[in-house]
Design a protein around this ligand. Structure first.
Ligand code: GLA
Length: 629
């Protein structure tokens, strides 16, 4: 073992934590890179329009409409079949059978009985890709929460066990290799809903499966076991799709501490419950993804759920809301998966989701999720760094009153004395500004621009401008806490009980330009409007972009709850120690760390406490952290 790794190990062993191995620099990027998700997936899913009442005719009809409307050419290429396709799991060989009443081409007969190959061939012949759906447990969401007019699998109890549990290898091989699907969404009701007292279990309809997810009880959930099951699916996908042309969609709705591990296990991961065609639900889902920029990177994206453009408060009578929904999903690098009936899509809605400039923001190859530049009352400003140096900016009025909003060069991390050109991506109108400008933003409106101008930081980027290159391999969170910032929607349309309460683990995770608990960055009385905020006993992996120098001003953040434990900051290049601070105590002035990273591929930033832990987290700041050349 190299001396530096030994030293790092010794330092953390001394600290007496269980995180020794994790803080050891690896010189590697540990975020997920398997599968086909260099940019967020785009396409359509059957769920929001058809629920379980899907058919070959309906899905192929939508596939054809994607071509006819020009949406396919704009990038909407995945045609995803959601819940409702199963007939039964054949006994005793366990081979899944398809509903041939709705998928007649699947009735191939012979030893296999049914096959989706004719169906996937038809979708592929249109030049599109095609997705399938399953569950991590033995049973599905529709079986746990049946819709009155919905369809359910048939047969004996064993035949109705259509989920992956105990069949992962067999099913993934069948779906992805033999049937030729390109995309799989794996839901998790099977490991949540079938507890012994559940009505569908007590009635004898389904077997119980010890729930790995206990409702939304963060500490009652076996996050490690859930991660393991999803990792098994990923392993099977890698095995049966050796060409890497698969997309793995994790659907555990923000539960099971998925924020910390989905970025290492799958290509997209749901951050919340299902979206509905309701403005406040959209806010909720958006909030669940919008503060996790550091937990997404090319290959793995936050998924606030499929688009609801076309329905309810996002239909053709609500174009402001529909445009906001679309623009916010785009700038957050969310998957752009339509859910409406594309066969009959009103022109104004088609125009919204066809906006090439906004799609380009979402599909930008640098893969930086927008970060929060301003947040108060009803106004939020998000900024996303694009390949080539431009910025994308969204100004979002969440409220029902008009808002006057100042947008500044500083918020965009552009030079205050430079000429900035703003291009409105809806109207294409260009405006030249210097330093700052003002906008009137209508209720529920989102203005979206690209901004071009000289950067505030010459010759490089702040790390908070490139969250797609930063992976919080260990974010220091040891006690799962619900995130109070996530807006809570009215649960499933009922106001019985005492309402929805914070329930998504993630509070305390690494942040750009804020502390892990949402405060401004400040070390020893010095404010930083840019930097990375994280907890001590963390290790951040940074993909270098050809820069030659890393710099940061480091120290314990003034907002820390634990004021007693000094923290040491170390910078590694491809596993070798490059720079190290003195132990920094609470209240001490920041120390500047500089490291030459010429030729280095992976820079690692390790912040560790050298004394025994206490119950309070130590908040640390990598102020002005930047890579320059
Ligand atoms: C869950 C998922 C939805 C959808 C349904 C299908 O609720 O979150 O996206 O797949 O199951 O039953």
């Amino acid at each position: 073992m190299p001396i530096s790794r030994l030293a790092a190990l010794a330092a953390v062993l001394l600290a007496g934590t269980a995180y020794a191995a994790d803080l050891t620099p690896t010189g590697k990027w540990s975020g997920y890179t398997a599968g086909n998700a260099a940019t967020p997936p785009m396409g359509w899913s059957s769920w929001n329009t058809f629920a379980t009442n899907i058919s070959e005719e309906r899905i192929l009809g939508v596939a054809e409409a994607l071509k006819k409307t020009g949406l396919a050419a704009k990038g909407y290429r995945y045609v995803n079949m959601d819940d409702g396709w199963w007939d039964k799991r054949r006994q005793p060989d366990g081979r899944m059978q398809i509903r041939t009443d709705q998928f007649p081409s699947a009735a191939v007969g012979g030893s296999v009985g049914t096959s989706f190959k004719p169906f996937t061939d038809k979708v592929h012949a249109l030049g599109l890709k095609v997705g399938i759906y399953s569950d991590l447990g033995r049973n599905s969401c529709s079986q746990a929460y049946p819709a009155p007019d919905g369809y359910l699998p048939k047969g004996t109890m064993a035949e109705r066990e259509i989920g992956l549990y105990g069949h992962t290898d067999q099913d993934i091989k069948l779906y992805m290799q033999e049937w030729g699907f390109d995309y799989i969404k794996v839901d998790a009701c099977g490991i949540r809903a079938y507890f012994p007292e559940a009505p569908q279990v007590k009635s004898g309809e389904y077997r119980t499966l010890d729930p790995l997810i206990i409702g939304w009880q963060i500490n009652g959930t076996d996050a490690g076991a859930v991660k393991k099951l999803y990792t098994d699916v990923s392993d099977a996908l890698i095995k049966y799709k050796p060409n890497n042309d698969f997309l793995f969609s994790i659907c555990v709705w923000g539960a099971a501490d998925v924020r910390t591990w989905a970025k290492d296990v799958g290509n997209i991961s749901r951050t919340s419950d299902d979206l509905g065609p309701i403005w406040t639900r959209m806010l909720h889902n958006f909030d669940s993804a919008s503060r996790r920029a550091l937990y997404a990177h090319p290959g793995s994206w936050n998924d606030p759920d499929m688009l609801y453009v076309g329905y309810g408060e996002f239909d053709e009578n609500h174009l402001t809301e529909a445009k906001s929904h679309f623009a916010l999903w785009a700038i957050t690098n969310a998957p752009l998966i339509l859910g409406n009936d594309v066969r009959k899509m009103p022109k104004p809605l088609l125009d919204i989701v066809s906006n090439q400039d906004i799609i380009a923001i979402n599909q930008d190859k640098d893969g930086n999720q927008a970060t929060l530049a301003y947040d108060a009352d009803n106004v939020q400003i998000f900024v996303k760094s694009l390949a080539g140096g431009k910025k994308a900016v969204a100004i979002f009025n969440r409220g029902i009153a008009p808002a006057e909003v100042d947008l500044t060069a500083q918020q965009m991390k552009l030079a205050e004395d430079g000429d900035i050109t703003l291009t409105d991506l809806w109207t294409k109108q260009q405006t030249k500004i210097k330093k700052e400008t003002k906008f009137q933003v209508a209720p529920r409106q989102t203005l979206i621009f690209t901004a071009e101008g000289p950067h505030r930081l010459k010759n490089g980027l702040y790390l908070s401008e490139m969250p797609g290159r930063v992976n919080p391999a260990v974010d220091g969170v040891t006690t799962r806490q619900p995130d109070p910032y996530i807006f809570r929607f009215q649960t499933w349309g009922s106001t019985r009980g005492n309402g929805a309460h914070p329930q998504y683990a993630g509070w305390g995770g690494a942040q750009t330009d804020f502390t892990p608990f949402g405060q401004s960055l400040r070390i020893g009385g010095k404010d930083f409007d840019t930097g990375l905020g994280v907890l001590a006993n963390s290790r951040l992996e940074v993909r270098n972009n050809g820069a030659t120098t890393f710099t940061a001003e480091v120290g314990v953040d003034d907002s820390t709850l634990d004021t007693s434990r000094p923290v040491t900051f170390a910078v590694y290049g491809d596993g070798k120690l490059l720079a190290k601070s003195a132990p920094k105590a609470y209240g001490e002035k920041p120390e500047t760390l500089t490291a030459s990273v010429k030729g280095v591929k992976i820079v690692e930033l390790v912040a560790s406490n050298a004394t025994a832990p206490n119950a309070q987290p130590t908040v640390v700041t990598w102020g002005n952290a930047a890579l320059t050349r």
